[in-house]
Design a protein around this ligand. Structure first.
Ligand code: HEM
Length: 462
C-alpha cells in the first residue's frame, strides 16, 4: 500500500458498485462517455465498472510512465484472458514473461523495415487484383461497402504472407471463421451473465465450429509443410517460424505455439489494416484539398506506373496521409494493461489489481499536443514534425517494448495499397452520408462506409 499521505485519489464518476457507470457506458457508448469524463476529470481518471476499476490514461507523460519508465509494473494479465482462451492462446499479443521475450526476439527480425520488404510483392499483386475488380465496378459506378473491400485485400495479403495460401475459397473461409471468433470474444464471451462454454447454445456452437475449422486448416498446412524437405519450404512466415531457433538453446517452437503465432498474426494484422485503409478513404472523401495534394504527388512521381520500393520513397505525402488517418481514426483506439503493484502517477494512487486503459483515440486529440486536433492534416507527420513532438503523443501501434510487431508491415502494405488505388480510383460518399465512429475493441464506423466507386482519368497498369 502507498503510505504517503500526499498521494491523491483518482477522480472519476461516482457510481454505487459501478452500476450507474455500466448503464451510462452502455447507453452513451464508450466514445461519448469517456469524452465527457475527460472534460470533467482531466487526463487520468478512474471508472468503477462492477467490481473492476478501470483507469483511463490519456496524457502522453502517463503513457510513457506505463509503457516505458515503469513498464514492469503494467502487464497483460487477466484483461487478455478471453482473447488468450478463445483465440490466440500463447501467441505474441497475449504471452507474458520469458515466453513473450523469447518469441519476440525470434520474430522481430521478420518485421524490421527491411524484413517486411520481402512481402512487398504480395502487397502489390493483391492490390493489382483489386484494381481489376474495381475497374468492373467503377465502370457502372457501383456502390461498395468500403470496409469489406479493404478486408478482402488485407485478409488475402496476410494469409499469403503467413501460409502462402492461394485459394480464394480458403481465404474467405478463414476470414469468416476468425471474424466469428473475434465477435464471440467481443460479445458473448465478455458477457458476465453468459452460460458456460459447454452449454450448446447457438453462439457457443458457432464459435466452436469456426475455431475447429481454423485449427484444422492450420494443422493441414503444417502437415504439408513438415512433409517437405526444408530446402523446399516456400518463403513465408510459417517457414520462418518453423525454422527459427532460440539462440541460447537451439530449440524450435512447438506445434501448438506455431499455430498460436500464425493465428496471432492473422488476428492482429488483417482487420486493423483494413480499418486503417477504409478510414483513409473516409478522410480523403471528407477533405478535397488533401485528396488533391495526394493526387498531385501520385501523378508527379508515378504517372501511370506501379510503385516500386524505390519510388515509394518519393511518395512521402501518401504515407503521411496514412499516418494522419492513424492519428484521427486509430483502428486500435485503446489497449489495456493490468496493474501488478500499487504505484503513483502524477501524484495519484494507482491501485494494484486495477486495469489501465490506454486510449490513443483521445491522446491523439489532446489540444496541448495537437494544434487544432480535429483537423485532418498529413503535414503533422513530416520528419521534422515527428521529431519535434512528444513521442507518446502518437501511439496508434501502442508504445514501449510491446509496440505492435507488425507496424512496419502495415505501413508498407497500406502505403502500397493507397498509392495504387488512389492513382486509379476516387471513391465518393453517398449523398448526405455522415459517419458514426464508434469505439469498440476496434474503431468502427457503426453505420458502415458505403461509397460509390469512380475511376480517376484512365490509368493503365504497365
Ligand atoms: C494499422 C494496423 C495496425 C494497428 C493499428 C495495430 C495496433 C496494435 C496495437 C495497439 C498493439 C498493442 C495491443 C495490446 O497491447 O493489446 C499491437 C500489437 C501487436 N500487433 Fe499490431 N497493429 C496493426 C497491424 C498489425 C499487423 C499487420 C500485424 C502482423 C502482421 C500485427 C501484429 C501485432 C502483434 C504480433 C502484436 C503483439 C506485440 C507484442 O505484444 O509483442 N499488427 N498492434
Amino acid at each position: 500500500m502507498i503510505a504517503n499521505t500526499d498521494v491523491k485519489t483518482l477522480p472519476g464518476p461516482k457510481s454505487f458498485f459501478g452500476l450507474k457507470n455500466l448503464r451510462d457506458l452502455s447507453q452513451e457508448g464508450m466514445r461519448q462517455f469517456i469524452s465527457e469524463s475527460w472534460q470533467k476529470y482531466g487526463d487520468i481518471f478512474v471508472i468503477q465498472i462492477g467490481p473492476k476499476k478501470l483507469v483511463v490514461v490519456i496524457h502522453p507523460d502517463h503513457v510513457r510512465h506505463i509503457t516505458i519508465t515503469n513498464a514492469q509494473n503494467y502487464e497483460k494479465r487477466e484483461s487478455y484472458d478471453a482473447v488468450r482462451k478463445y483465440i490466440i492462446g500463447d501467441g505474441l499479443v497475449t504471452s507474458t514473461g520469458d515466453l513473450w521475450k523469447r518469441q519476440r526476439r525470434l520474430m522481430a527480425p521478420f518485421y524490421t523495415p527491411r524484413g517486411v520488404e520481402e512481402f512487398a510483392d504480395i502487397f502489390l499483386q493483391d492490390t493489382i487484383t483489386m484494381t481489376k475488380r474495381w475497374d468492373a465496378l467503377a465502370a457502372k459506378q457501383a456502390q461498395v461497402e468500403m470496409f469489406d473491400e479493404m478486408a478482402l485485400i488485407t485478409a488475402s495479403i496476410v494469409l499469403k504472407a503467413i501460409f502462402s495460401t492461394e485459394s480464394d475459397e480458403d481465404i474467405l473461409e478463414i476470414k469468416e471463421c476468425v471474424e466469428t471468433m473475434i465477435n464471440y470474444v467481443g460479445g458473448s464471451a465478455a458477457n458476465p451473465f453468459k452460460l458456460p462454454d459447454w452449454v450448446p447454445t447457438e453462439t457457443n456452437l458457432n464459435f466452436k465450429k469456426a475455431r475447429d475449422k481454423v485449427h484444422s486448416y492450420i494443422n493441414k498446412v503444417l502437415e504439408a509443410r513438415f512433409a517437405l524437405d526444408e530446402a523446399e519450404y516456400p518463403n513465408d512466415l510459417l517457414s520462418k517460424l518453423i525454422t527459427a531457433e532460440d539462440p541460447e538453446t537451439g530449440e524450435r517452437m512447438s506445434r501448438t505455439l506455431l499455430r498460436d503465432e500464425a493465428l496471432t498474426n492473422f488476428f492482429a494484422g488483417y482487420e486493423t489494416s483494413a480499418r486503417s485503409m477504409s478510414h483513409a478513404w473516409y478522410a480523403l472523401a471528407e477533405n478535397a484539398d488533401i485528396k488533391a495534394k495526394l493526387h498531385e504527388e501520385l501523378n508527379r512521381v508515378l504517372g501511370d506506373e506501379l510503385p516500386t520500393l524505390e519510388t515509394l520513397k518519393r511518395l512521402p505525402y501518401t504515407l503521411q496521409v496514412i499516418k494522419e488517418t492513424l492519428r484521427l481514426y486509430p483502428p486500435a483506439p485503446m489497449y489495456a494493461k493490468d496493474v501488478i503493484e500499487d504505484d503513483v502517477i502524477d501524484g495519484y494512487h494507482i491501485e494494484k489489481g486495477s486495469t489501465i486503459l490506454l486510449m490513443p483515440f483521445f491522446t491523439h486529440r489532446h489540444p496541448d499536443f495537437w494544434n487544432d486536433p480535429l483537423r485532418f492534416d498529413p503535414d503533422r507527420h513530416t520528419p521534422e514534425a515527428e521529431k519535434a513532438r512528444h513521442p507518446q503523443a502518437y501511439h496508434p501501434f501502442a508504445s514501449g517494448k510491446r509496440i505492435c510487431l507488425g507496424n512496419h508491415f502495415s505501413l508498407l502494405e497500406t502505403h502500397i495499397m493507397l498509392a495504387i488505388l488512389a492513382q486509379r480510383f476516387d471513391p465518393k460518399f453517398l449523398p448526405n452520408y455522415k459517419a458514426n465512429f464508434k469505439i469498440q475493441s476496434l474503431l468502427e464506423i457503426s453505420n458502415g462506409l458505403p461509397m460509390i466507386l469512380e475511376k480517376r482519368e484512365r490509368k493503365e497498369l504497365r
